[in-house]
Write a protein that binds this ligand. Structure first.
Ligand code: NAD
Length: 474
């Protein structure tokens, strides 16, 4: 078992003050694989003091200096890609192929997109008689989830560094090792002491202490809507800027008359990839009543030919879900759909045949799902898709928008027609005939999926303050 008992504070690996050990469980074996320390409010105090000190100088660095720093981080990051992929795969169960080809490189993608955005960013604008300055925001607390752990971390760390902010990262206690390796990358790249700090811990301990701390200017949070609300409430008394990237329940609006054999595979892939543990997984298929049988057959075949297996092996299998709590939640939602009268087409409750250990979930498809069912409203975060029929486009759009979430939506069918429907969907991201976002374009939610935007130029802007100076010489 790997042991990482120290935090990274003020450029040093530092013992916790009063923290307790926590074992991360490998979801494939259900055995401990990593040990960390769940930190304390005293650890947070120390990290905030270091970040505040470092802000005095780091906030005055030039764009050229920060560009060079991002370049050195990318060099060090590339050298650690295999370590990052292995750490992610072991702790949250992504197959090693996915971890190597997607999970680990997405973090590098954020550094690269941010470096480009920084080079072009208009730090000074003129509006009327005023000069408008974009300035470093201060000390940022970053709280992140386990599902695409490094993607979420780097979507915050890269723009914060580019903006001239200093930061304290609290990664998910379910997948902490990639964040520890990232701290090693920062150290090797020569990030000045106190600019990047890492305090491991859980939500109620370190997370809550960060949100309430008067020395922090912004909390950038990615995770569940439940925790995001707690974060905003804890941060309110000190009037921090709070940036929330929360849950999703993406529709896959299949346009009437679409060529299903062509458009469904690349969109339904998003339900299966990462075992469905993606906030933008387009799990709610909305299909015209004339095409339901064909759509059901295509998705059923896709699910049944998806192997479920050991994430350590190279292959096209999907791995287990992250932990027992998630496994139990998914089983409960599958059962709820059966109880509420949906038609189970394939999959169902229980592990796949031949597996009696590991948090493996069967790829599962339900048909005859009505919008009011729990399975149509609640985020499942597993390889589970639903099919709901519609009669006309107005009804399809209404059902697509009929959840509390608004992170993303997928449209399958003719791209020109899809582009006309896209503005009617209440979601921050619309993907047509695919489910993947663009790493340089803004990413964030409508409704209870959050606020603020990450990625590229928009992400960089969100990690800065805006100052108006009236009366300065032209
Ligand atoms: P989670 O909300 O349980 O935990 C996320 C992080 O918040 C963890 O670091 C956790 O320790 C911390 N936390 C928990 N309670 C807290 C509290 N009261 N105060 C402060 N911090 C607290 O979420 P998860 O299970 O790790 O991740 C899955 C969720 O994340 C899903 O809902 C998914 O949709 C969402 N997600 C959203 C995006 C996005 O960009 N919108 C991206 C990835 C994941």
């Amino acid at each position: 078992m790997k042991s990482y008992r120290q935090h990274y504070i003020d450029g040093q690996w530092t013992d916790s003050e009063g923290g307790r050990p926590h074992q991360v469980i490998d979801p494939a074996t259900e055995q401990p694989c990593t040990e960390i320390t769940l930190g304390t409010a005293a650890d947070v105090d120390k990290a905030v003091a270091a970040a505040r000190r470092a802000f005095e100088t780091f906030s005055r660095t030039s764009v050229e200096e920060r560009s060079a720093l991002l370049g050195r981080i990318m060099t060090e990051y590339k050298a650690r890609l295999p370590d990052l992929a292995k750490a992610i795969s072991e702790e949250m169960g992504a197959p090693i192929g996915l971890a190597t080809m997607a999970q680990a490189p997405t973090g590098l993608g954020h550094f690269s997109a941010t470096a480009k955005a920084l080079a072009d960013f208009p730090f000074v604008e003129t509006i009327g008689r005023a000069k408008v300055l974009h300035e470093p925001l201060g000390v940022v607390a970053m709280i992140t989830p386990w599902n695409w752990p490094l993607n979420q971390i780097c979507a915050k760390v890269a723009p914060a560094l580019a903006a001239g902010d200093t930061m304290i990262l609290k990664p998910s206690e379910e997948a902490p090792s990639c964040a520890i390796i990232l701290a090693e990358i920062m150290d090797a790249a020569g990030v000045p002491a106190g600019v990047f700090n890492l305090v491991n811990g859980d939500g109620p301990g370190v997370g809550a202490a960060l949100c309430a701390h008067p020395g922090i200017d912004m909390v950038s949070f990615t995770g569940s809507t439940r925790a995001g609300i707690a974060v905003a409430q804890a941060a309110a008394t000190t009037v921090k800027r709070v940036h929330q990237e929360l849950g999703g329940k993406a529709p896959n609006l299949v346009l009437e008359g679409a060529d299903l054999a062509t458009v469904l595979p690349p969109t339904v892939a998003g339900v299966l990839a990462n075992s469905g543990q993606s906030c933008i997984a387009p799990t709610r298929l909305l299909v015209h009543e004339s095409q339901v049988e064909e759509a059901t057959a295509i998705v059923k075949a896709m699910m049944e030919k998806t192997p479920v297996g050991d994430p350590a092996e190279m292959g096209n299998q999907i791995g287990p879900v992250v932990n027992k709590a998630q496994f139990d939640k998914i089983q409960g939602l599958i059962q709820s759909a059966i109880d509420e009268g949906a038609t189970l087409v394939t999959g169902g409750v229980g592990r796949p045949d031949g597996r009696n250990a590991g948090f493996y979930v069967q790829p599962t498809l339900f048909a005859n799902v009505t919008p009011a069912m729990r399975i149509a409203q609640e985020e499942v975060f597993g390889p589970v898709a639903t099919i709901t029929t519609y009669r006309d486009q107005a009804e399809a759009v209404r059902i697509a928008n009929d959840t509390a979430y608004g992170l993303s939506a997928t449209i399958s069918g003719d791209p020109a027609q899809a582009a006309e429907v896209a503005p009617r969907l209440r979601a921050g991201l619309v993907t047509i005939n695919s489910w993947s976002p663009d790493i340089a374009a803004p990413f964030g939610g409508y409704k209870q999926s959050g606020n603020g935007r990450e990625n590229g130029r928009y992400g960089l802007a969100d990690f800065m303050e805006v100052k108006t100076v009236v009366g300065a010489p032209a």
